[in-house]
Ligand binder design. Sequence first.
Ligand SMILES: [Zn+2]
Length: 414
Amino acid sequence: MRPKNRESDRCPICGRHCSVYDRSSIIRSWRALDFAGILVYINAYTQRIRCPKHGVLVAAVPWAFHDSGFTKSFDLTATWMAENLSRSAVAEYLRIDWKTVARCITRARKYIEPDPGKRLDNLVNIGIDETSYRKGHKYITVIVNHDTNTVVWASNKHGKEIFSKFLESLTPEQRASIKVVTGDGARWIDQCIEEYLPNCARCVDSFHVVEWANEALDALRKEAWRDAHQELKELKKTVKRKRGRGALKDKDSIAVHKAEEKAAEIKGSAYALGKAPEHLTNKQETQLAEIAVSNKRLYRGYLLKEQLRLILHMDDADEAKEELDRFFWRATHSRIDEFKELGHKIRRHEEHILNTIRLKMSNARIESTNNKIKLIIRRAFGFRDVESMIDMIMLVCSNIKVPLPNRPIAEPEN
Ligand SMILES: [Zn+2]
């Protein structure tokens, strides 16, 4: 191949027409999309140009992005596929490994969105969320625009430092337009808001609050299971001793059987306790009903969790405030340490929870964006460098459509 005259001798960075520095006699080749299952390469002589701004560089070719061993259509197709298909499907179909797909995505993103900073204009309701990957050893922080359900910024690591970095990267006008920040209960979010966004309302995502309650309930369940297990062990010991003395009675074996059932019931109830009642299966409903009878303490914890979950669904902030007061009283008088603690935690975050209800930061939408990001992170997991992971998150969690070669560009959905 040879570029047309008006497309040759251009700087690969600024696209400017430059003078030729030297011509090489080496043929370079680019991998193109397969033709009916046959590998296709494009071969061309390269030449170097001298750009007044960027110096001596290999001239750009119209069929490939700068520094790529693939054609533009290949890079874009790989990106489109990575958004829509599984890792193994993309790698197998294109006959490249997943790490190479990561590089295609990075190049494609630079082309599709040369100025990602535009996403930071006119933000109003934003959310900050951290997701761990590599089994919780590494973190990625994303900033979500709740009004468009898109990710506007992402970075590796997490914590105050990262959120400050984001807020510092904004212009004063960009900062001034932000009215609401949602996130989990971390204190450094409050500190950052105080420092950079003093006029902004702070909300706590409801799904985080439900998570706290579920954690408390799970700790309680484990405790109940340990107790039941201990009870069973001791019963078995007594039975063994009685059997040795020949004094074993029917009622002893029944007691053992009952204790066994109770322990198994608690062990198997994790899902039933954690789920919302409207999503329970018949079997799980039965499990719950059994716990209501056999383990009153655990069931009390369950009811407290459900009460909190219902408050978070309320529309009226004043009513919710009354209910939260009632919840606080019940939790702190529950004689269950986990829930006493939860009660105090909720009280500490009460203002933020009420903000969430007042400003109608709908949980369903926020949670679904959140789940989408987690899914993408899991798929991008094989990417070695974080940059590619971020590129993929930014592309997938946006309303930008990756154009397929030789097809009309679809309108972005909103
Ligand atoms: Zn240049």
